[in-house]
Design a protein around this ligand. Sequence first.
Ligand SMILES: Nc1ncnc2c1ncn2[C@@H]1O[C@H](COP(=O)(O)OP(=O)(O)OP(=O)(O)O)[C@@H](O)[C@H]1O
Ligand SMILES: [Mg+2]
Length: 427
Amino acid sequence: MTTRTVGLDFGTTNSAIGVADGDKVTLARFSHKGGLTDTFRSVLYFHPDNRDKHGRYEAIAGPRAIDRYLEAEGRGRLIQSLKSYLADRSFQATSIFTRTHTIVDLLALLLADLRTRAEEELGPLGSRIVVGRPVHFAHASAPDDEELAVDRLREALARVGWTDVVFEYEPVAAAYYYEAELDHDQRVFVADFGGGTSDFSLIEVGPSHRKSSKRTILGSDGVGIAGDALDAKVLHNVVAPMLGLGSTYRAMFGRELEVPVWIYAKLRRWHHLSFLKTKKNLDLIEEIASQADEPEKIEALQHILEYDLGYHLYRAVERAKVALSASDSTKFEFADPPLQIASAITRPQFEGWIAEETTAMEECVDRLLASTGIDAKDVDQVFMTGGTSFVPAVRRIFDERFGAEKIRAGGEMISVATGLALRSHDV
Ligand SMILES: Nc1ncnc2c1ncn2[C@@H]1O[C@H](COP(=O)(O)OP(=O)(O)OP(=O)(O)O)[C@@H](O)[C@H]1O
Ligand SMILES: [Mg+2]
């Protein structure tokens, strides 16, 4: 008899959920822009006007949240990359309109919508589930922080009815996806590069392991650096200078000062832009604009703040990054008339800006090989997955160590969820 098991990949950027019936996995599909998608954007949106019968502001998650946010022309609150705050002890709660929401509240709202939408297609999903987790959560600085992240996730899952939860490392899950196509046993280095974390497992998989329900996990490691960190570098190096970073203004008594850098630190995470919009900050920026050596740049910043264009700006940054995965150069472009900013970017420039991030990834790969005592030549295959694995500089880390012929890639957006559903047979 086969049993139906459920796997959930709660990702920093995209989530996915599936059920396995024997070896066959069906992922839930979600409607978006008139079509269907396997991924559920991990965002939560609070509509500024719509309230439920208890007077609570309506919270919508996933692809519908983006659509509603865009329809509302930037009004309301859009929350993203929630997973990156799970291990952050300083992030306890945030106030949305008039109400305070803890991080578990926010997470539970997101998961509740995800569950409802998924059940519309997959049927009842029960109380038992295998859920992915990164090897190390982003912003975790001690083992206690990892526990906090798992506890928060567990509590939010319980609130939406998943009370029997098993966590599995995301790259181990991706190995199950990879294994499904294998006709012989292999020792595989699995590398999953997402939005918030990069995770690695060295694991032995294949038909004989599947038969015995035992995969040999030789080791796992990870870093809290991935796609979001690359976006932040593009923002800092391309966008911030066009909005006044590094330019000067005349302060009191004719002193020439640089526009404060902290403004641009807030820009790095677009959803922090709202923190810039206090009266005090807006007055300061207005003052700087009136005395700036390059006033048009500060005016561009004011335009973005005034019209809440953070999300659009962030998408333009991501578009440029994604374009650089496929071509040697691109043009960052952002227009919201009369504001228009553009800048050419080459791949070598981008690779220079992200060198710190790719070095951290490389060091982590080397650390895992060293800690398991396994030489790169004794690894049969590398399996790369996750959205950020498309970045050529990230691929190069593996080409250099293992040789291009050993690299396989695939299932970028679905491998972890599919693998978790399969994994749930064995737990
Ligand atoms: N072609 C591409 N080139 C570069 N980056 C890309 C490309 N496609 C997607 N990405 C990036 O991949 C990331 C999302 O990948 P993915 O959906 O695997 O992450 P996630 O599972 O949500 O995050 P995590 O696993 O870290 O929790 C985003 O940062 C996105 O910008
Ligand atoms: Mg992921």
